[in-house]
Write a protein that binds this ligand. Structure first.
Ligand code: KG4
Ligand code: ZN
Length: 356
C-alpha cells in the first residue's frame, strides 16, 4: 500500500517548459506545459538558444501554476524530480538549475530522471480529476514491453520491474519522429512534422508507393534509408532526378502527391515499428505493452498495434505522449518508492546524451 506522496516533476529537455504534480505515481494533480514551438516554426526546427531563453522566462510561472493547480504549497511536496538528460544542453540546464535551487531552498529531496524512461512512465498515470484527460483503467503489469518512439529515440525495451529492463534494440540512425519531421520538410509541411504528416496522410493512399523497410538487427531500427527513399520518390514524381534540390520540391508537388507520399511513408514507418513489436511480443510474452514518446500520439500506430497484438492495449492520453512534466513526476514517484539514490542538489549535472 502506497503512502500518500506528492512529487513535483520538472521537464525542460527540448522546447516544452513543463511542470506537474503527481501523487503516488498514479494520480495526476496538475499538468502545465508552455511550449516555445511557435517561435521555432519559422526556422523549421527547434533553435536551441531560443528554447533555452524561453525556458528561463517560463520556468518559474509554470512551476507555480503546477503547484496552484494541484492545490499544493511547498509543504505538500515530498520530492522534486527533474529531467537531467537526454536533451538539449542549454534547455536541460535551466530545468536542472531551477530544480537544484528549489530543492535547496525548500529542503526537498531531488531525483534526477531520465527523459526517455519518463515517456514510458506516462503509462502509469491512471487517475486525475483534471478535465480533458482520458486515463487507462489500470497501470501496466510486468513484464512490460515498451515501444519508445520519440523525436530522439526509437527503441524497444522489456521491463521486468521498475528500473529493471533490457534494451532489445534501438535505431541505428534517425529516430522515427525525426523521420516524420524530415519527410514533412520534403513535402513542405510546417514544423512539427509528425502531426502534420499524419494529418496529410488521412487524405492520401497508403498503398500509393512501395517504400523500403531497412534490414537491420532483429529488434533494431533504421529510418535514414526510408527518408532518402521518400526524397527520391518525390523527385521522381515531378520528373526530376536526384540532383533536384529538396527545398524546391514542395512548390512542384501537388496536394494529392503530397498526401500519397505522407500516407505511404507513414504506413511503412509505422509497420516497421509494429512488425518488431509483434516479434518481441511473441518472443517475450509480456503481460502488457505500452507506447511512449511523441510518435505514440500517432493514430496509425495505435490502429496497427491494436490489429497486430493479441492483447488489449491501453494508450496514454495524447497530451501525455509529447513532452510533459507529469511523466517526470510519475517516474520520480517510483524513484522514491523503490529507494533510488537522491541527487546532490549542489552538484547534479546535465547529461545531454543520456541513454536508457
Ligand atoms: O517525445 P517528443 O515530444 O520529444 C522527444 O523527446 O523527442 O517527440 C517529438 C516527436 C517529433 O518528432 C514529432 O514530429 C513527433 O514526436 N510526433 C508525431 C506525432 N506527434 C508528435 N509523429 C507522428 N505522428 C504524430 N501524431
Ligand atoms: Zn520527449
Amino acid at each position: 500500500m502506497l503512502l500518500v506522496m506528492k512529487v513535483l516533476g520538472i521537464e525542460t529537455s527540448c522546447d516544452e517548459t513543463a511542470a506537474a504534480v503527481v501523487e503516488d505515481g498514479s494520480r495526476l494533480l496538475s499538468n502545465v506545459v508552455a511550449s516555445s514551438m511557435d517561435l521555432h516554426a519559422q526556422y523549421g526546427g527547434v533553435v536551441p538558444e531560443i528554447a533555452a531563453r524561453s525556458h528561463i522566462e517560463a520556468i518559474l510561472p509554470v512551476i507555480h501554476q503546477a503547484l496552484d493547480d494541484a492545490s499544493c504549497t511547498w509543504d505538500d511536496i515530498d520530492a522534486i524530480a527533474v529531467t537531467y538528460g537526454a536533451g538539449l544542453g542549454g534547455s536541460l540546464l535551466i530545468g536542472v538549475l531551477t530544480a537544484r535551487t528549489l530543492a535547496i531552498a525548500h529542503n526537498k529531496p531531488l531525483y534526477a530522471v531520465n527523459h526517455v524512461m519518463g515517456h514510458v512512465y506516462a503509462n502509469f498515470l491512471t487517475a486525475t480529476s483534471l478535465p480533458g484527460f482520458t486515463m487507462p483503467a489500470g497501470a501496466p503489469e510486468f513484464p512490460m514491453l515498451a515501444i519508445i518512439v520519440s523525436g530522439g529515440h526509437s527503441q524497444l525495451a522489456l521491463f521486468r520491474g521498475h528500473f529493471d529492463y533490457d534494451l532489445l534494440g534501438r535505431t541505428q540512425d534517425d529516430a522515427i519522429g525525426e523521420a516524420f519531421d524530415k519527410v514533412a520538410k520534403i513535402i513542405g509541411l510546417p514544423y512539427p512534422g509528425g502531426p502534420n504528416v499524419s494529418k496529410a496522410a488521412l487524405s492520401g493512399d497508403p498503398q500509393a508507393f512501395p517504400l523500403p523497410k531497412a534490414k537491420v538487427g532483429k529488434y533494431d531500427f533504421s529510418f535514414s534509408g526510408l527518408k532518402t527513399a521518400v526524397l527520391r520518390l518525390a523527385q521522381a514524381e515531378i520528373g526530376e532526378d536526384y540532383n533536384f534540390p529538396s527545398t524546391k520540391l514542395p512548390e512542384r508537388l501537388n496536394d494529392a502527391q503530397k498526401n500519397d507520399i505522407a500516407a505511404s511513408f507513414q504506413r511503412v514507418a509505422i509497420e516497421t515499428i509494429v512488425d518488431k513489436a509483434r516479434l518481441a511480443f511473441d518472443e517475450f510474452a509480456p503481460r502488457s505493452v505500452v507506447i511512449a514518446g511523441g510518435v505514440a500520439a500517432n493514430q496509425e500506430l495505435r490502429r496497427q498495434l491494436t490489429e497486430a497484438l493479441p492483447l488489449p492495449i491501453e494508450f496514454p492520453d495524447l497530451k501525455l505522449c509529447t513532452d510533459n512534466g507529469a511523466m517526470i513526476a510519475t517516474l520520480g514517484c517510483f524513484h522514491v518508492l523503490t529507494g533510488q539514490p537522491v541527487a546532490d542538489p549542489y552538484a547534479l549535472d546535465i547529461a545531454p546524451n543520456l541513454s536508457m
